[in-house]
Design a protein around this ligand. Structure first.
Ligand SMILES: [Zn+2]
Length: 366
């Protein structure tokens, strides 16, 4: 099987870059169909309009109704076709991106993704997650290509609540460890190939960047400023982790995340917060060296990611419910099968309790 790496054709990141959206987009189209939330439009339209004047572009705005579901996708697809636009632009969070990617896919149009938060590594991926009208997971829509362009204005992203950036660090924390597990097991990555040297290096750079700049970035964003460290973390969360997970592969941490969704209490947590704890569980399954475990737990505690079941809101973890989590995580179709050794619900159950115990141990040490 071939080695494959996937990536957006162009990744653009900088302070105040939103005003250059039309200038960058002109290579792809001149009639922009911009999908945003109502409140999001108010925040981004002045900057976009400012840059628009220097180009031949026009902008048509549509307000997203809140769910990436088939009815919303077909509603917007019709509006897009009727508008005469030739480029789909999704500005906001994950569901808007996924909807924009789906509209572009169904109309064979180019797509630009503009994240306004850095809470997950999804913006760069060739994937849309489709939900039912009621918001229940329906299916993954695997797209034939990554977005044509991803544009990140770091001034905008750094103004979002700190918890979102920290969640993005949780999602990015797993990337290296999952890619490493996939490499050890020679597993297939998310784009149907084996891991390239480049993807493995990007995954490692993602982890190293978190360790070097994570705490500094969190402190800066807490104080609503955008520093070099913040820019580095935005790149780690969005680009390095995005390429790293898709072309490196998923393994234990994301499967544990999926298992944790069986616990009602964890629904209040963000994706990356659960993935961070999933990373600790994966390290336990691997019997990772103590120094590595300590490094990861120290990082989580320093930036405010969960390290114990109590942190996840699970106050009374009983064995029956944790076994449900372990069984769901070890489900045959999920990515625990990419670990380089056999994993059973029993070994996952033990690793969850061991990760929780380690998290509590290090908290007491502080
Ligand atoms: Zn993720």
């Amino acid at each position: 099987m071939a080695n494959i790496i996937a990536s957006p054709t162009r990744y653009i990141q900088g302070k105040g870059e939103l005003k250059n959206l039309c200038k960058h987009a002109e290579r792809l189209g001149s009639k922009l169909f911009i999908l945003t939330s109502n409140s999001g439009r108010g925040r981004v339209e002045p900057a976009i309009s400012e840059g628009l004047r220097e180009t031949e572009c026009t902008a048509h705005y549509e307000v997203f109704r809140g769910e990436c579901c088939d009815s919303e996708i077909s509603r917007l697809k019709e509006l897009y076709l009727a508008s005469g636009c030739d480029l789909v632009v999704g500005i906001g969070g994950g569901k808007i991106h996924d909807t924009a990617k789906a509209i572009a896919y169904y109309t064979k149009s180019p797509v630009v993704i503009v994240p306004t938060i850095a809470s997950t590594d999804a913006p760069c991926s060739a994937l849309s997650v489709i939900y039912s009208d009621a918001g229940v997971f329906d299916r993954y829509l695997f797209l034939p290509a990554s977005p044509n362009m991803v544009l990140v204005d770091t001034d905008v992203v750094s103004q979002a609540p700190l918890r979102l950036l920290v969640s993005g660090m949780g999602d990015a924390l797993a990337t290296y460890f999952e890619a490493r597990a996939c490499q050890r097991s020679n597993a297939t990555n998310c784009v149907g190939g084996k891991i390239t040297l480049a993807a493995m290096r990007l995954a490692r750079l993602c982890y190293d960047t978190l360790l070097a700049d994570g705490v500094k970035a969190a402190l800066a964003v807490q104080n609503k400023v955008c520093t070099r460290a913040v820019e580095n973390i935005i790149e780690a969360n969005t680009y390095l982790s995005g390429i790293g997970f898709e072309s490196g592969g998923l393994a234990g941490a994301h499967a544990i995340h999926n298992g944790l969704t069986a616990l009602e209490e964890t629904h209040a947590l963000y994706h990356g917060e659960k993935v961070a704890f999933g990373t600790l569980v994966q390290l336990m399954l691997e019997n990772a060296p103590e120094e590595e475990l300590e490094e990861v737990i120290d990082f989580c505690m320093a930036v405010g990611l969960p390290t114990t079941l109590a942190d996840l809101g699970v106050k009374e973890p009983d064995s029956k419910r944790l076994m449900e989590v372990a069984t769901l995580a070890a489900a045959p179709g999920d990515t625990l099968g990419n670990m380089p050794f056999e994993v059973t619900p029993q070994t996952v159950y033990a690793a969850i309790l061991a990760a929780d115990a380690a998290g509590r141990y290090y908290k007491e040490e502080v």
